[in-house]
Write a protein that binds this ligand. Structure first.
Ligand SMILES: Cc1cc2nc3c(=O)[nH]c(=O)nc-3n(C[C@H](O)[C@H](O)[C@H](O)COP(=O)(O)O)c2cc1C
Length: 313
């Protein structure tokens, strides 16, 4: 186990873009950031310009791991090589996403049931990286059942880090994460690949809880996703978000929207910002009604006008 637990902000599509990562970095950064998942087949196609946006970053979001997914081993190799040149601090393969639109093409969590292709993808990625930056995988405990043979398989691949979202694919996010399964995962790590860091993911909502779990299961750290929606200052380890005033929260949302508009303009939809209403517009009188108004706004100007007006009321 690492001497200090590692706290990672989970990759979340349409959430952890460069803008949100910069906001979190300015409040209280995690030890490691991830990009949203980036499709290697799209990146190595004429549609590249559309996909490469997800790799946009600044040096404020560091260290930053690029997360990739896709089908074709060759595209993993090419992409891995490019990611080193782009200055990423590591490459992670998504072998856990359960969403049908990706698994129907044999990608992400579907690889749990196709170890031949999983191995080809891993080998190609390593070929592209040539050991220049760390290599990791994020996965689930199994397809329909907890399947430690999958974890064993991964631990034989010489990974620097393995993140386990402690649910099966079938369970989606519908049951509590099986934290107890980490006892066996760590036992296998110690036996097969002692140098691979083991990170637990699923249902963790605070630094305190993450530290306790790390100690209990002898982990190297934890990854936190949805917890950030309830407390954007989560990685500070104190409860400072609770003392934020309505004005402070609204001003933070304004900062987020302005940076989002400057970064993405019309290339990402304004409605993607709706997800963030829940973070900033909560915990004060009339928050629910105000959120509904904001979520109906059709443009950056409309959103900013509503927020500005609420500050002078
Ligand atoms: C909106 C959303 C988008 C997500 N996108 C990704 C992704 O791009 N890559 C990935 O590995 N996991 C993705 N996930 C899964 C999370 O990284 C994480 O594994 C899951 O939310 C469980 O952790 P939590 O309980 O801390 O949220 C996403 C989850 C959410 C809610």
């Amino acid at each position: 186990m690492a001497s200090n637990p590692i706290f990672i902000l989970a990759p979340m599509d349409d959430v952890t873009d460069t803008v949100f990562r910069q906001i979190i970095a300015s409040l209280s950064p995690p030890d490691v950031f991830f990009t949203e998942f980036v499709n290697v087949d799209g990146l190595q196609s004429p549609g590249r310009e559309q996909v490469i946006k997800k790799l946009k970053h600044t040096n404020k979001e560091k260290p930053l791991i690029a997360q990739i997914w896709g089908r074709k081993p060759d595209n993993y190799e090419k992409t891995a090589n490019e990611l080193v040149d782009m200055g990423f601090d590591g490459v992670d393969i998504n072998m856990g996403c359960p969403v049908k639109t990706v698994t129907k093409n044999g990608c992400c969590s579907a690889l749990i049931s196709d170890r031949k292709l999983a191995k080809e993808i891993i080998d190609s990625t390593k070929k592209g990286l040539k050991g220049r930056i760390p290599f990791s995988i994020k996965t689930r405990l199994g397809q329909n059942e907890i399947d430690y043979s999958w974890i064993e398989f991964l631990l034989h691949q010489g990974l620097d880090r393995l993140t386990v979202h402690a649910r099966t694919v079938k369970e989606m996010s519908k049951v509590p994460a099986h934290w107890d399964a980490m006892t066996e995962v760590v036992r296998l790590r110690d036996k097969i690949s002692p140098k691979t860091q083991i990170i637990l993911n699923g249902d963790i909502t605070s630094i305190k809880q993450g530290s306790e779990l790390t100690k209990k299961y002898n982990l190297d750290g934890v990854m936190i996703g949805r917890g950030i929606f309830r407390d954007p200052l989560l990685f500070s380890g104190n409860d400072s978000w609770k003392s934020f005033t309505k004005e402070q929260k609204i001003n933070l949302f304004i900062k987020h929207i302005k940076l989002y508009e400057k970064t993405w303009g019309d290339s990402r939809k304004v409605h993607v910002l709706n997800k963030f209403c829940k973070i900033y517009i909560e915990g004060f009188n009339g928050a629910k009604e105000f959120r509904e108004q904001l979520m109906a706004a059709e443009s950056y100007d409309a959103l900013l006008n509503l927020l500005d007006k609420s500050l002078i009321q």
